[in-house]
Unconditional design. Sequence first.
Length: 540
Amino acid sequence: MTPTPFVPLAQLIRDRRTHAGGQPLLSFVRHLPDGGFLAQHRDYAQLWERGQALARALRRAGMAPGERFALLMQNHAELVDAVVASSILGTVFVPIDPRTRGKKLLYMLNSVNCRGVIAGDYCLDALAEVLSEAPGVQWVWAVGEGGGDSEVARRGPVADVVRLERLIDPHGEELPCHPVGPDTTMQLVFTSGTTGNPKAIVGSYAKYAGACAMVAAVGVTPADRMYNGLSLTHSNALAITLGGALYLGIPAVFSRRFSKSGLWRVIREFRCTTLNLLGGMFSAIHSEAPDARDADNPLRLVIGSGMPGNLWEPFSRRFGVAIAEVYGAAEGGAMVNPPGVGPRGSIGRPLAGLVARVVDEQDRECAANEPGEIVFQRAEGGAPPVTYLDNPLASQEKTRGGWLRMGDIGYRDEQGWFFFMHRKGNDIRRNGDFISPGFVEKEIAEHPAVADVFVYGVPAATGAAGEKDLVAAIVPRQGHDWNVASVFDFCGERLERNSVPSFLQVVEQIPKTASEKPLERLLREAFSADAPNVVARKGA
C-alpha cells in the first residue's frame, strides 16, 4: 500500500478508517515496576475517532489553523491522537522532549508562541516553574495515570489543568479536514541547540509524508511489525517509525519510554520483527549478561543510527539479526546502508533523489577516504529546503551554496559508501542527541559552590562511533562546602538526562589561553576515569 507522497495525514487516516487488519496498527506499552506491562492500541478507525474528539476539544479551546500547541510527554497513545487532531484542524504541533525543563523549556514555549500544552502529568511541575513567564500559554491538558492536577494551576497564569479524558467527547459532530497543501506547516521540531538556543525547524506535510522512505529503503514491509522505544518527540520515532506505520500500513509498537530490562519481553510478546536503536543503546544492550534465549526472538532486522563498528558482527550473531544503518537529520538529507549490502560501519549511500558529497572548508570535494563535512543536494540541483522559524540567516547558512550542510565530519570510500566520524565543532553527540557544552556550562555555573566550569567530551565508554561522555571540569568556589553529590543533583534538576555530565573533574584552575579560551587539550590529557580528582556519576 504505497500512497501518493503528498496525502495530508488527516485525509490519509480518514480514507483508511474502514481498513481492517488482523492486529492493531499501533501499540503503546507502559512498563510496570514488576516487569509486566500494559498496552493501548490504535487502528485507523480509532485514530480517526480519537483525533476527531480531540480536534473538537482544541476548537473549543479557540485553536485556529496555523496556531501552535506543544506536546510534552512520553510515548502515550494520546500523543498520536493529538497529531491527528492537529492535522484535522490545520493547527501546528510542537513536540518537546518530556525531560526538558527550566530555561530551555521556557524558551521553546515562548519562541514559537505555543497557545497550549498537552503534557504528561509527570511534566506538570516542570511546567509550573516556567508558566508565569510564558504568557502565551492559555491552557494545559494532562495525560497519564496520576490522580492530581499538580501545582500548575496555583503557580502559573493558567486557570486550571484539565485531564485530557475529561475533554474527550466521542459523540460530537464530525469535523472536515482543514485544507492543506504539501508545503503547509504541519509541525515545528526543535534542534538540539548545539550552537545557541534551539532552532525550530518548520516541517511541512510533504516532508512528513516522505520521511517514511527510509523504512522502505531498508526493506521493511507491511508483513513486519516495528518496535521503537525512542521518544516520539525525536524524528527517528516520530517521522520514520510512526510515519512508516501510518503511510505504509506497517504495524508498530512503542514503549512509553525505553526499557532495557523490558525490551526483549515486549519484542517477544508482540512478535516484533524490526527494532530501532541509537548509538550507545547498542552497547548498553550488548553489555547485558548473555542469555541462552538471546537469539530466540522474532526480530529479523535492527535499524541503527550510530552502531559501533566493533559491535556490528557480535551483535548480529548474538541476537540473530541483520543490521541496517540509517543517517539523516530533521532538516533533511538521508542515507541508508541496507542489511548485507554496504560495508560494516558505513552510514550508507544517499536515498533516491539525493546527491551527497564530502567537502573541505573551501567547499572543494574531498578525495576518497579524506575527511570533510557531509553535504546533500537534490538530484535536480539545489539544497533540500530548510526553514528555521523566524531565523532566515540560519536557514540561508544551512543551505549555503545550494548544499544542505549537515555539520558532520565523515568520508566516503572508493565505492561511494559514506562513513560518519564526528560532529563538526565542539558540540557533543551522546545517545543520539547533540549536546551544547555552553548550555550545560551556564547551568552548572549557577551552582553556588562552582567558581569556574568547562564542559568537554571524551570518547564514550560504550565505544559508539562519534559518541562522547560529558566531563565537567570544575573549580570549587573558596569558602563554600564542596559536595560532589550536590552538583550532580543540581544538574539532574536543571538539565535533561543526556546533558548531565558523566564525570566531574575537580581542578584548581581551568587552563586557558591569553584570550581566556579554555585549553581543552590539557584537560583531556589530564583526564582519567580513575584519577583521584575525577568522580563518576552513579548510574551513568
